[in-house]
Design a protein around this ligand. Structure first.
Ligand code: APR
Length: 244
């Protein structure tokens, strides 16, 4: 994947990076594109999930109408992910834990690649494809990479569903609040690989900006968030982040 532009990093941004103690990173599907994970809406040269109207199959209504079809879609995505590895962007973000006094990684991705690259305490706004949740008692179960996934809740015997946020559903309790708190207290906020179309996640850079943080976007394409960012680095995350 070639970047469209190889951006020069402005001196002012470099100084911010040196001085910043509290940093927030918000990521979207684009950060995993160079690992081979399709994005939802395209952008850059990323592939999109094909043949799946994801806002229908990934909807709250679909869980009650046809849970097996929802599982089929998520099983398919998990199978694809099994062979994929974190890319330089995930690795760079994981390294930032040692670079900044407080780094908060907030992701909309459910693929677990930040954690696989070594990031700790990732706030997963949209859940994880590697967990199942009981539709009755909400008990959560890890899904192994090697064994078949559980179908039935070990606590109450009811059916399990993917532990991800579907269209029309609320975010996991506390996740956005924690992310918003980190946004309000950060000095530097990176918005990496997201189309900025899905709220409330897309509101985090606005919270950071309103609280006085410097906001920097990394994306091969402009987004609705670009105009309000202090810096826009145009290019692929895996190529731009190692330059910082
Ligand atoms: N590096 C950085 N950004 C990239 C790259 C790359 N190599 N390739 C593509 N992008 C950018 C695209 O330009 C686009 O702006 O990534 C973004 C991907 O946007 P979406 O597909 O809309 O993904 P995202 O913003 O994460 O979607 C938000 O929508 O359906 C849901 O729940 C799903 O979490 C997802 C949410």
């Amino acid at each position: 994947m070639q970047s469209l532009v190889n951006p020069t990093i402005p001196g002012e941004l470099r100084r911010k990076i040196v001085d910043a103690r509290r940093v927030l990173v918000l990521t979207g599907a684009g950060v995993s594109a160079e690992s081979g994970v399709p994005t939802f809406r395209g952008g850059g040269k990323s592939a999109v999930w094909k043949g799946m109207p994801f806002d229908v199959i990934s909807s709250a209504g679909m869980v009650s109408r046809d849970l097996p079809a929802v599982w089929e879609w998520f099983d398919y995505r998990r199978e694809l992910l099994k062979s994929l590895r974190p890319n330089r962007a995930h690795e760079e973000i994981a390294r930032w834990q040692d670079r900044f006094e407080k780094l908060t990684v907030v992701t909309q991705n459910v693929d677990g690649l930040h954690q696989l690259a070594g990031s700790n305490n990732v706030i997963e706004l949209h859940g994880s494809i590697w967990r199942a949740r009981c539709i009755s008692c909400s008990s959560r179960f890890e899904i192994s990479r090697t064994q078949s996934r559980p179908d039935i809740c070990a606590d109450c015997g009811d059916r399990l569903r993917p532990d991800v946020v579907l269209f029309g559903e609320l975010l996991p309790s506390g996740a956005f609040e924690m992310a918003a708190e980190a946004a309000a207290e950060c000095e530097l906020c990176f918005v990496i690989g997201t189309s900025g179309l899905v709220y409330p996640a897309a509101g985090l850079p606005e919270i950071a900006k309103a609280a006085g943080a410097c906001v920097c976007e990394v994306n091969p394409e402009r987004t609705p968030l670009s105009a309000s960012c202090d810096h826009v680095l145009t290019g692929n995350a895996g190529e731009v982040l190692p330059l910082l």
